[in-house]
Design a protein around this ligand. Structure first.
Ligand code: ADP
Ligand code: MG
Length: 338
């Protein structure tokens, strides 16, 4: 039996080309939950994490439009709201799927706070776009009025708010959930943790924490949560079957079982999109480096096969110390996407 943390990407929560309704998200999560239930019927202890990009974007937009009547909350509060919203969706659909599969569990979403460092260099250069596009005039107005950092996006036309993306250090509720799992609660509960990377907080005084307007990469946070919970396996579920070299080019090659050494080499060669596959690869490497046994990047349809070593990009700690075969020189670099 493994203790497995599965981190769900955007596409597992809402269909990529949908219209954003709750009904669509429910249907998508129902499909996702069937695959998650198979992890439990295979005898594993399951913990779930998830992204929140589109949902936070919508919540921020709602707050903006409603600001004349209801005071706009800080961005980090939208992060907490999204954890509640998506946690509820997962609780509804996953608990039903587990019951149907004959392995009933109480699904317990935890509104999570993730410690970041006040002096993280990311706070000096906000880089992560959030929310919708604005005209230049709106952007200048928001920069002045809300003190937001606004950046033009020449490729897609318009301006966007950018926020810092600091490195997650610790998940505040992690030790408590660890104790619960070690006491055997994993046999009756599935915890949903560090949604959207968790709400970023920094130390305030000697006992308190202050929320900060930033976004934490959910894959990085999942690696931290997996380590804190003593998970032996981390699965990053996204909308592609794994990581590829030469992605989007005629020389595209999907990576299967691979050594950390070789995967790091491809990462250093710039094979993985900076805001997309890159952090996933960094996170699986970090998870193995800090004591994890295996890590998989794959999609929902391949989840079970990924866990049995037949699909996905897979790292195994037993191979960590043996540098793999000499890596084929990555050929084409075009087609990298953020
Ligand atoms: P998620 O919501 O699951 O985090 P992302 O869009 O952030 O999804 O990351 C997955 C995307 O990464 C894929 O859809 C793909 O377009 C992109 N990507 C960038 N580089 C690569 C690569 N080398 N191999 C596979 N996918 C890549
Ligand atoms: Mg992503």
């Amino acid at each position: 039996m493994s203790r497995i943390l599965v981190a769900l990407g955007g596409n597992a929560i809402e269909p990529a080309h949908g219209t954003g309704t709750w009904a669509e998200a429910t249907a998508q999560m129902r499909r996702t939950s069937r695959s998650l239930a198979a992890v439990v019927t295979a005898g594993h202890e399951l913990v779930v994490s998830h992204g929140n990009g589109p949902q936070v974007g919508n919540l921020l937009r709602e707050a903006e439009l409603g600001a004349k009547e209801v005071p706009m909350p800080p961005m980090y509060v939208a992060g907490a709201e999204s954890e509640g919203q998506i946690g509820f969706l997962i609780a509804q659909e996953l608990s039903a799927a587990l019951a149907r599969a004959g392995v009933p569990r109480t699904v317990v979403p935890v509104v999570s706070r993730t410690e970041v460092e006040r002096h993280d260099p990311a706070f000096r250069k906000p880089s992560k776009p959030v929310g919708r596009f604005y005209t230049e005039r709106e952007a200048r107005d928001l920069a002045e009025r809300e003190r937001w950092t606004m950046r033009p996006d020449p490729r897609r036309g318009g301006w966007r708010r950018v926020v810092p993306s600091p490195i997650p250090r610790r998940w505040l509720e992690g030790d408590a959930v660890r104790k619960a799992l070690d006491a055997g609660l994993g046999a009756s509960c599935v915890f949903v943790v560090t949604g959207g990377g968790g709400v970023p907080v920094v130390r305030a005084g000697s006992t308190g924490w202050a929320g900060v307007d930033a976004v934490i990469d959910k894959d990085r946070a999942a690696a931290v949560a997996g380590r804190q919970l003593g998970c032996d396996t981390l699965v990053i579920v996204t909308d592609v079957p794994g990581a590829a070299v030469g992605f989007g080019t005629p020389h595209e090659r999907w990576l299967g079982e691979i050594s950390p050494h070789e995967l790091q080499g491809y990462f250093d060669a710039g094979e993985f999109g900076a805001g997309s596959m890159g952090p996933k690869v960094e996170s699986v490497l970090e998870f193995i480096r800090t004591g994890g046994r295996r890590a998989v990047i794959t999609d929902i349809p391949s989840l079970s096969r990924g866990l049995s070593g037949r699909a996905g990009t897979r790292l195994d700690a037993r191979r960590a110390r043996t540098p793999g075969p000499p890596s084929r020189r990555p050929t084409a670099r075009a087609g990298r996407r953020a």
